[in-house]
Design a protein around this ligand. Structure first.
Ligand code: FEO
Length: 135
Protein backbone atom coordinates (compact mmCIF):
# COMPACT_ATOMS: atom_id res chain seq x y z
CA UNK A 1 0.00 0.00 0.00
CA UNK A 2 1.21 3.47 -0.87
CA UNK A 3 2.59 5.50 2.01
CA UNK A 4 1.41 8.78 0.49
CA UNK A 5 -1.67 9.16 -1.69
CA UNK A 6 -1.97 12.21 -3.90
CA UNK A 7 -5.02 14.28 -3.15
CA UNK A 8 -6.51 17.38 -4.75
CA UNK A 9 -5.99 19.16 -1.47
CA UNK A 10 -2.25 19.20 -2.33
CA UNK A 11 -2.87 20.94 -5.64
CA UNK A 12 -1.42 24.41 -6.28
CA UNK A 13 -3.51 24.86 -9.41
CA UNK A 14 -0.21 25.00 -11.27
CA UNK A 15 0.28 22.05 -13.62
CA UNK A 16 4.08 22.08 -13.69
CA UNK A 17 4.40 22.25 -9.89
CA UNK A 18 1.64 19.69 -9.26
CA UNK A 19 3.36 17.23 -11.60
CA UNK A 20 6.66 17.72 -9.81
CA UNK A 21 5.01 17.17 -6.42
CA UNK A 22 3.34 14.03 -7.79
CA UNK A 23 6.75 12.75 -8.89
CA UNK A 24 8.11 13.31 -5.38
CA UNK A 25 5.14 11.44 -3.91
CA UNK A 26 5.86 8.58 -6.33
CA UNK A 27 9.52 8.44 -5.28
CA UNK A 28 8.66 8.35 -1.57
CA UNK A 29 6.27 5.47 -2.29
CA UNK A 30 8.94 3.70 -4.34
CA UNK A 31 11.39 3.97 -1.45
CA UNK A 32 8.73 2.73 0.94
CA UNK A 33 8.08 -0.28 -1.31
CA UNK A 34 11.81 -0.95 -1.58
CA UNK A 35 12.02 -1.05 2.21
CA UNK A 36 8.97 -3.31 2.62
CA UNK A 37 10.20 -5.67 -0.07
CA UNK A 38 13.73 -5.65 1.37
CA UNK A 39 15.19 -4.65 -1.99
CA UNK A 40 18.96 -4.50 -2.35
CA UNK A 41 20.98 -1.53 -1.15
CA UNK A 42 21.82 -0.70 -4.79
CA UNK A 43 18.12 -0.45 -5.66
CA UNK A 44 17.35 1.71 -2.63
CA UNK A 45 20.37 3.90 -3.27
CA UNK A 46 19.24 4.42 -6.85
CA UNK A 47 15.87 5.67 -5.61
CA UNK A 48 17.47 7.88 -2.95
CA UNK A 49 19.81 9.41 -5.54
CA UNK A 50 16.92 10.06 -7.93
CA UNK A 51 14.91 11.60 -5.13
CA UNK A 52 17.78 13.84 -4.01
CA UNK A 53 18.39 15.05 -7.57
CA UNK A 54 14.73 15.53 -8.37
CA UNK A 55 14.13 17.41 -5.12
CA UNK A 56 16.86 19.90 -6.06
CA UNK A 57 15.36 20.28 -9.52
CA UNK A 58 11.89 20.86 -8.05
CA UNK A 59 13.12 23.39 -5.49
CA UNK A 60 15.04 25.28 -8.16
CA UNK A 61 11.86 25.46 -10.27
CA UNK A 62 9.91 27.04 -7.41
CA UNK A 63 12.78 29.36 -6.46
CA UNK A 64 13.14 30.54 -10.07
CA UNK A 65 9.49 31.61 -10.15
CA UNK A 66 9.69 33.14 -6.67
CA UNK A 67 12.56 35.34 -7.78
CA UNK A 68 10.94 36.14 -11.10
CA UNK A 69 7.68 37.18 -9.41
CA UNK A 70 9.44 38.83 -6.46
CA UNK A 71 7.68 36.63 -3.93
CA UNK A 72 8.20 38.25 -0.49
CA UNK A 73 8.50 34.90 1.29
CA UNK A 74 11.39 33.76 -0.92
CA UNK A 75 14.19 33.84 1.69
CA UNK A 76 12.25 31.93 4.35
CA UNK A 77 11.01 29.40 1.80
CA UNK A 78 14.49 28.83 0.39
CA UNK A 79 15.75 28.22 3.92
CA UNK A 80 13.22 25.39 4.30
CA UNK A 81 14.37 23.92 0.99
CA UNK A 82 18.05 24.16 1.90
CA UNK A 83 17.50 22.50 5.26
CA UNK A 84 15.63 19.62 3.65
CA UNK A 85 18.31 19.14 0.97
CA UNK A 86 20.93 19.00 3.72
CA UNK A 87 18.94 16.37 5.64
CA UNK A 88 18.44 14.19 2.58
CA UNK A 89 22.13 14.59 1.68
CA UNK A 90 23.19 13.55 5.18
CA UNK A 91 20.90 10.55 5.09
CA UNK A 92 22.24 9.57 1.65
CA UNK A 93 25.83 9.68 2.92
CA UNK A 94 24.99 7.73 6.09
CA UNK A 95 23.10 5.13 4.07
CA UNK A 96 25.91 4.80 1.55
CA UNK A 97 28.51 4.32 4.29
CA UNK A 98 26.34 1.82 6.15
CA UNK A 99 25.89 4.08 9.17
CA UNK A 100 22.11 3.95 8.83
CA UNK A 101 19.41 1.98 7.05
CA UNK A 102 15.94 2.59 5.69
CA UNK A 103 13.36 2.95 8.43
CA UNK A 104 9.75 3.88 9.01
CA UNK A 105 11.04 6.93 10.86
CA UNK A 106 12.83 8.13 7.75
CA UNK A 107 9.92 7.36 5.43
CA UNK A 108 7.49 9.10 7.76
CA UNK A 109 9.80 12.08 8.02
CA UNK A 110 9.91 12.39 4.19
CA UNK A 111 6.14 12.01 3.90
CA UNK A 112 5.33 14.44 6.71
CA UNK A 113 7.84 17.00 5.50
CA UNK A 114 6.48 16.94 1.95
CA UNK A 115 2.77 17.12 2.75
CA UNK A 116 3.28 19.77 5.44
CA UNK A 117 5.57 21.84 3.24
CA UNK A 118 3.13 21.68 0.33
CA UNK A 119 0.12 22.59 2.43
CA UNK A 120 1.70 25.20 4.66
CA UNK A 121 4.52 26.78 2.66
CA UNK A 122 3.99 26.09 -1.04
CA UNK A 123 0.32 27.04 -0.79
CA UNK A 124 1.34 30.53 0.26
CA UNK A 125 2.96 31.33 -3.07
CA UNK A 126 0.27 29.84 -5.29
CA UNK A 127 -2.05 32.91 -5.39
CA UNK A 128 0.85 35.07 -6.62
CA UNK A 129 1.98 32.48 -9.16
CA UNK A 130 -1.62 32.11 -10.40
CA UNK A 131 -1.95 35.88 -10.64
CA UNK A 132 1.23 35.98 -12.75
CA UNK A 133 -0.38 33.55 -15.17
CA UNK A 134 0.96 30.18 -14.00
CA UNK A 135 -1.80 27.60 -14.00
FE1 FEO B 1 7.27 22.22 -3.46
FE2 FEO B 1 8.69 24.41 -1.71
O1 FEO B 1 8.58 22.72 -2.37
Amino acid sequence: MALVTWSDKYSMNIKEIDEQHQSLVRMINELHDAMLQAKSKEVALGIINNMAEYTQYHFSTEEKYMQQFEYPGYAAHKKEHDKFIEKVGNFKNDYESGKTGLSFDLLNFLKDWLVTHIQESDKKYSPLFNEKGLN
